[in-house]
Write a protein that binds this ligand. Structure first.
Ligand SMILES: *[C@@H]1O[C@H](CO)[C@@H](O)[C@H](O)[C@H]1NC(C)=O
Ligand SMILES: *[C@@H]1O[C@H](CO)[C@@H](O)[C@H](O)[C@H]1NC(C)=O
Ligand SMILES: *[C@@H]1O[C@H](CO)[C@@H](O)[C@H](O)[C@H]1NC(C)=O
Ligand SMILES: *[C@@H]1O[C@H](CO)[C@@H](O)[C@H](O)[C@H]1NC(C)=O
Ligand SMILES: *[C@@H]1O[C@H](CO)[C@@H](O)[C@H](O)[C@H]1NC(C)=O
Ligand SMILES: *[C@@H]1O[C@H](CO)[C@@H](O)[C@H](O)[C@H]1NC(C)=O
Ligand SMILES: *[C@@H]1O[C@H](CO)[C@@H](O)[C@H](O)[C@H]1NC(C)=O
Ligand SMILES: *[C@@H]1O[C@H](CO)[C@@H](O)[C@H](O)[C@H]1NC(C)=O
Ligand SMILES: *[C@@H]1O[C@H](CO)[C@@H](O)[C@H](O)[C@H]1NC(C)=O
Ligand SMILES: *[C@@H]1O[C@H](CO)[C@@H](O)[C@H](O)[C@H]1NC(C)=O
Ligand SMILES: *[C@@H]1O[C@H](CO)[C@@H](O)[C@H](O)[C@H]1NC(C)=O
Ligand SMILES: *[C@@H]1O[C@H](CO)[C@@H](O)[C@H](O)[C@H]1NC(C)=O
Length: 454
């Protein structure tokens, strides 16, 4: 799911440096570890009159389709690989299946095709993809969905053809066949297949979202070495029958005080959160959003859509911690607000907006899990997304290992992150050549939805 604009890739941001992939190929599974870049976009202001805003980020990587390279957004909230191109790449076999992929915000329309696809060192000879020639409210060159086959529109459109599974499913199958080749018996290969069906995602933070070429690391069937302890972290099983990386929320603490999460749970169930790298920010219930920002002295709520967003003094923050699987995961104060340049009466001001915002303030957002923890949360953890054996088409299993998520906190020193916030935010503000503005001096009429063309 891409809420805050499919802040996907941008064709224009091509200055990134890509380190050579490091490939450890000592036996199976084949291990890949490659850099992810961060892209920034400069439009879609929240404040009317903004000439720039900082921190609208997405995390992108290179994927080769046919003979062309595309810069694709890494999206754990969807399951399809699609590219936007007006002319079909050669060596691609188009089908006559047309498809309209939609999300909360926009759509990508095109035809299903089969193409050789390379994701770092993995070559998939025959990958089902969508070649989109028309998009609405979605920019960039496309998306690499990192969810399950069962949530793939392409897989579904082909009548669940085993030849039309997701790239990750194909890669895990490549690993499995490599494991099969070296395993002496079937149970060993089954075990190694399930145990290698995971990806690791490390999204990094640039000071207040300023551009930086290195955005993190994406690994397939391996962990980034400094986070290998994630292997021992509590496994948080996804919700029964969830179509994506949706997990129960154990708790939320605002400045140490527990928020009552059970009010967000459907009768007797659990409040759930979608862990979504394709959403730049975070969507939480309005009550929680209010609780988070109203304690910041000088904060001001502005109505937006059917909800409200918070304007906060740029050096104000709120200490927010999420609990999953009995462990606490604090959010860095730099991830709680977004600095924007706001121009009023020809004067440049730096203004800050709370980015844990409610679904009601996001136009067009339909039925969704009530918490969507996007990049604003994900930068605070190293995440292992474990597919279990619930991924290869035709191999859905009621027994065996189901999908789960494991987190390792990167922000657990709350005093250190607060100090870092003050230092970095002050640096950002002084570098902007803009005056500070009291939120109460900003006219709420200036606040507009992120995804409204009007
Ligand atoms: C695509 O990217 C790969 C790896 O970075 C590079 O070796 C190759 O030359 C690129 N191909 C094109 C057509 O740009
Ligand atoms: C794709 O679906 C969306 C959402 O239903 C719709 O707004 C859009 O017009 C559709 N695009 C095409 C080309 O049919
Ligand atoms: C495209 O179709 C041709 C002819 O059937 C086939 O040889 C080739 O493998 C196909 N390529 C892909 C990527 O599916
Ligand atoms: C993947 O394909 C590329 C281009 O055809 C080739 O150079 C490379 O050796 C292949 N990699 C693997 C691991 O097979
Ligand atoms: C996209 O491709 C379809 C099928 O080839 C074609 O009918 C349509 O006009 C194209 N749309 C755009 C915007 O190019
Ligand atoms: C799956 O495909 C069928 C038609 O084959 C369609 O009716 C249904 O809406 C699709 N479901 C999803 C989730 O895309
Ligand atoms: C996981 O825990 C086991 C047992 O405590 C320990 O031996 C192992 O080194 C740990 N692995 C990692 C990657 O931390
Ligand atoms: C999950 O789906 C199965 C089959 O559709 C159904 O029997 C079961 O009740 C569902 N479980 C939950 C917790 O919704
Ligand atoms: C889910 O809800 C049940 C019932 O309210 C509760 O016992 C359980 O602890 C919750 N699980 C989590 C992970 O919060
Ligand atoms: C947050 O908690 C600290 C320590 O308990 C307290 O001193 C401070 O006043 C609280 N801040 C707010 C805004 O409630
Ligand atoms: C957040 O925590 C830091 C360090 O523990 C503390 O100094 C600061 O006052 C807290 N912020 C709020 C808004 O309570
Ligand atoms: C900006 O100009 C308007 C009139 O255009 C005036 O009412 C307002 O007070 C001015 N605001 C500031 C902060 O100077």
């Amino acid at each position: 799911m891409r809420i805050f604009a499919v802040l996907s890739a941008f064709a224009g941001v091509a200055s990134a440096i890509r380190l050579p992939p490091q490939i450890r190929s000592t036996g199976s599974p084949h291990v890949v570890n490659f850099e992810v870049r961060r892209a920034l976009r400069s439009n879609n202001p929240l404040l009317n009159g903004s000439i720039a805003n900082l921190g609208f980020q997405s995390y992108v990587t290179n994927v080769r389709v046919g003979v062309r390279n595309f810069t694709l957004s890494l999206d754990t909230g969807s399951s399809d690989l699609w590219v936007y191109t007006s002319k079909s790449p050669s060596v691609v076999n188009l089908t006559d299946l047309s498809l309209n992929l939609t999300n909360g915000i926009g759509s990508a329309v095109g035809v299903v095709a089969y193409a050789p696809v390379a994701i770092d060192a993995y070559n998939i000879t025959n990958q089902a993809i969508l070649i989109a020639n028309q998009t609405e409210e979605i920019d960039g060159q496309g998306v690499l969905g990192l969810g399950f086959d069962s949530n793939s529109s392409i897989y579904n459109a082909t009548g669940n053809s085993s030849g039309a599974v997701t790239p990750l499913s194909n890669i895990f199958a490549l690993n499995a066949s490599a494991a099969n080749a070296s395993a002496s018996n079937a149970s060993a290969s089954n075990a190694s297949r399930t145990s290698s069906n995971f990806i690791g995602l490390d999204l990094t933070r640039a000071p207040d979202g300023r551009n930086s070429s290195i955005g993190g690391t994406f690994t397939i069937s391996s962990y980034l070495s400094n986070f290998s302890a994630v292997a021992n972290a509590t496994r948080i099983p996804i919700m029964p029958n969830a179509t994506g990386w949706q997990i129960p929320v154990g708790g939320v603490f605002v400045n140490g005080t527990a928020y009552n999460v059970s009010q967000d749970a459907p009768d007797g169930g659990n409040a759930t959160a979608l862990i979504d790298s394709g959403t730049s920010y975070a969507v939480v219930p309005q009550t929680l959003s209010n609780l988070i920002y109203q304690i910041i002295p000088g904060a001001k709520a502005c109505p937006l859509g059917d909800g409200q967003v918070w304007l906060v003094p740029c050096l104000g923050t709120s200490n927010v911690t999420f609990e999953f699987g009995g462990e606490q995961f604090p959010v860095h104060p730099l991830d709680m607000t977004n600095v924007q340049i706001y121009t009023q009466n020809s004067t440049r001001y730096a203004a800050c907006i709370g980015v844990f915002t409610s679904p009601a303030s996001v136009p067009t957002l339909g039925e969704l899990p009530i918490y969507i923890l996007g990049d604003s949360f994900m930068r605070n953890v190293y995440t292992s997304f474990n597919f279990g054996n619930n991924t290869l088409a035709g191999n859905f299993s009621s027994s065996g290992t189901g999908p789960s998520v494991q987190f390792l906190s990167k922000s657990n020193d709350t005093n250190a992150i607060y100090t870092e916030f003050l230092t970095q935010r002050n640096q950002t503000l002084s570098s902007l050549n803009a005056s500070t503005i009291d939120p109460n001096s900003i006219d709420c009429q200036s606040v507009e939805p992120l995804f409204n063309d009007a």
